[in-house]
Design a protein around this ligand. Structure first.
Ligand SMILES: Cc1cc2nc3c(=O)[nH]c(=O)nc-3n(C[C@H](O)[C@H](O)[C@H](O)COP(=O)(O)OP(=O)(O)OC[C@H]3O[C@@H](n4cnc5c(N)ncnc54)[C@H](O)[C@@H]3O)c2cc1C
Length: 379
């Protein structure tokens, strides 16, 4: 249970983020933006609510100087164990090794029927209401393989294709870059893609670029027919300052820039690629401009199986503000299977908890209203 939750714990389990509501809401995007809904979802279940939930399970959290919030132990196992224990105690029954394959909508006055595959058999389960939280398509070995998409499409629901998000991007590095910079970071850089920009760190890898900066630019890069990022290797200096720092220099601009601008190996290797076929830049100004706008053509994102999360999923237009499928009363959805995207930083977990909390409470309300069940009967 909670295999992806456990995997997230390997990186410390960044549960949420400590920042203002308006900044928080601005992190959530998608081709089908639902900003007003995110405002309301985060109003009902914000970072403080998520931290309170952990505290109620006896797990203290802290906010790092970056704003990222983690459990004190920087792991998920304890939190997951206590969570599952509390659920069992409150009467939740778990049916492991059951793979949902189909939903048969409610016929007049009847129940919703769900098909599950288990150990080669198919079992049908009749329910009053159902909340699906089947995840996205990244890290399929955790069980979240996105195979549910076909089941929802069979119900004629519109599902945006799942695609890799918060992932590395591929490029064709020349041998010179790999020899000098493979596995090395580009620190304190600023990068942009179209209208989006991000500051921080990038890592040069065998296949391209990894790291927080490219994860943040991913949503924009996915919209570009010829994805490209533009890296400012010296964001705190203007072109004029860089030229001044080079002083009187009439040749060997690359060598001089490397020492006078204190370029790391990765930054130097990237800058070298900006001369095109020429061995050198023609002037101090040309090299300074290149350092402020290193253009790297990208081939595409890494495979979805490697990504931290996936974008795409059930389109917001299919859902009401209870996260109930408009055309399927009693069917609710939550988490990464909805068509939203957010960067790393705790926003993914927070998004899943906020949508889960909304869909869960509204499912109970819905049953109370439509099925006249009592709170005790709304299991
Ligand atoms: C390496 C890694 C590190 C991460 N670190 C962080 C982090 O620090 N902070 C953060 O905010 N986010 C992090 N994330 C992202 C976060 O883990 C996910 O966004 C989140 O787990 C998604 O929650 P979910 O409930 O939507 O789906 P999931 O957690 O993916 O759960 C979906 C569940 O549904 C089950 N399932 C799928 N299909 C079926 C089916 N047909 N029938 C029955 N069951 C099915 C799966 O087995 C799984 O148990 C990380 C992700 C990865 C891969």
């Amino acid at each position: 249970m909670g295999r992806k939750f456990l995997v997230a714990g390997r990186g410390g389990l960044n549960l949420t983020h400590d920042e203002s509501r308006s900044d928080f809401v601005s992190r959530y995007s998608g081709p089908d933006p639902a900003a007003p809904l995110w405002d309301s979802l985060l109003n009902d279940f914000d970072a403080a609510a998520l931290r309170r939930w952990a505290a109620e399970l006896g797990v203290e959290t802290f906010a790092a100087s970056t704003g990222r919030v983690y459990p004190r132990e920087l792991k998920s196992a304890q939190l997951l164990r206590r969570w599952v224990h509390r659920l069992r105690k409150s009467g939740v029954q778990f049916a492991m090794n059951h793979r949902w394959t189909a939903l048969h909508p409610r016929s007049a006055g009847g129940s919703i029927s769900l098909d599950f595959e288990t150990h080669g058999d198919v079992v049908a389960v009749a329910v009053d209401a159902v909340l699906f939280a089947l995840g996205g398509g990244s890290w399929p070995e955790t069980g979240s393989d996105g195979a549910w998409v076909a089941g929802f499409e069979r119900l004629s629901l519109s599902v945006a294709p799942l695609c890799a998000s918060n992932c590395g991007w591929e490029t064709e590095w020349p041998r010179s870059v790999l020899d000098l910079a493979e596995g090395l970071p580009l620190k304190n850089i600023q990068a942009s893609a179209g209208a989006a920009s991000a500051a921080g760190e990038l890592m040069v890898t065998r296949y391209g670029l990894e790291g927080g900066v490219i994860y943040k630019l991913g949503a924009m890069l996915r919209t570009m027919t010829e994805p490209e990022i533009c890296i400012d290797l010296k964001p705190t200096h203007s072109v004029d300052t860089l030229v001044r720092k080079l002083g009187v220099c009439r040749s060997n601009f690359l060598r001089e820039a490397r020492s006078r601008w204190r370029l790391g190996d990765a930054a130097f290797a990237l800058l070298q690629t900006q001369c095109g076929d020429a061995p050198e830049f023609p002037s101090t100004e040309a090299i300074a401009r290149a350092a402020k706008a290193c253009r790297i053509r990208l081939r595409g994102p890494r495979p979805i199986a490697e990504a931290i999360s996936s974008a795409g999923g059930i389109r917001w237009s299919e859902l009401d503000d209870s996260l109930m499928v408009r055309r399927l009363p009693g069917v609710f959805v939550a988490g990464e299977m909805i068509d939203w995207d957010a960067p790393t930083g705790g926003y993914l977990m927070q998004g899943c908890f906020a949508t889960g909390s909304r869909a869960g409470t509204r499912a109970v309300d819905w049953m109370r209203t439509h099925l006249q069940v009592t709170a005790g009967g709304a299991g």
